[in-house]
Design a protein around this ligand. Structure first.
Ligand code: ZN
Length: 68
């Protein structure tokens, strides 16, 4: 009893196995999911601007460098 359920990706109509191996079901990939949600452009922008981030924001003081 292990009949695979196959669905078609709403974006590109590719066959997608309905199971744990398809985390983006019913989409075939994250890319198709984003395109369908209309967030594909937003995601592209976020990736492009990541290299622009300053590292001073994430900086934290090392705890074991006290003057004592
Ligand atoms: Zn797809």
């Amino acid at each position: 009893m292990s009949e695979a359920i196959i669905v078609n990706c709403p974006n590109c109509k590719k066959e997608v196995v309905w199971g744990p191996e398809s985390p983006y079901r019913p989409f075939c990939s994250k890319r198709c999911q984003l395109i369908d949600l209309g967030e594909w452009a937003a995601e592209e922008k976020r990736i492009a601007s990541q290299s622009d981030l300053s590292d001073s924001e994430a900086w934290s003081e090392p705890e074991d460098s006290s003057p004592y």
